[in-house]
Design a protein around this ligand. Sequence first.
Ligand SMILES: C[S@@+](CC[C@H](N)C(=O)[O-])C[C@H]1O[C@@H](n2cnc3c(N)ncnc32)[C@H](O)[C@@H]1O
Length: 270
Amino acid sequence: MEEKEFAEIISIITQQTGIVPRESHKVGIMNFIEKRKKEIDLGGVPYSVFLRLNKDELCVLLNASTVNETYFFREESQFLLLKDKILPEIRANLGSKPIRIWSAASSSGEEIYSLFLLAQSLGLKTECVASDINTAVLEKCAKGVYTPNSVKLVDGAKFHHLLAKYLKTDKSVSFPEEICKQIERRQINLSLVAESFPRGVNVIFIRNVFIYFTSEMKKQILSKIVNESLADGGYLFVSMSELPSIDASILPKNLKKCCDGKVFYFKKEG
Ligand SMILES: C[S@@+](CC[C@H](N)C(=O)[O-])C[C@H]1O[C@@H](n2cnc3c(N)ncnc32)[C@H](O)[C@@H]1O
């Protein structure tokens, strides 16, 4: 494919998702397009034109352009802090009301099931939302069936006992329908100003997605989340590796950066 056409496709991806792919990421996208062009009948038009004319194909390309790596209880130290400090504090404030949890950019759902299982183990009622731009990963989340790759020994093991009931002998994980039903799934594009975000959320996990966005986009998303979604006193977690890029210049004034031991998180004042 010509450089100019590929650049146009990358710019469509960025316009639609906010994702600015790095060079290594671009190689994967290029390989996907070359493969895709052999599978479909383009009717003689360039792929970039076909994309603009065909919404379903755009969805196929966007699904293939996201990086969906995730696993249960990723960044275990954040889950330890939730268990020991944050969830008990929220419970004390909410009383018998359910705690609202949103995994924004949830990928296939390991993150939201981890949060659900932890809250459940502490006797908390929950309203859980998993959202992503990628429709294929949301379907996987709905099925609640995971290969052993979603359970890593190097991180998350302190909480694997919460998965024990759902572990098969081959180390895959399968949640029954009554658990899957507890997770509401929504396709939400974080980069769209007009998108409707969940409201009154007590805990938001938005991890390992900011790495794909510009500072301007991160600022826009954080501001929308804080104004629209996060309840007063609510908590927001990003991945520890993303923290350095979330500096004072993009942080909404009422979102305070906090630290407990080695774990950083954000809290909405109010
Ligand atoms: C690496 S996964 C992170 C999964 C999980 N949060 C974690 O940390 O393990 C990044 C996810 O962000 C999603 N994503 C990328 N751009 C997005 C956007 N504009 N809106 C919503 N989700 C997006 C991708 O589809 C992908 O599933």
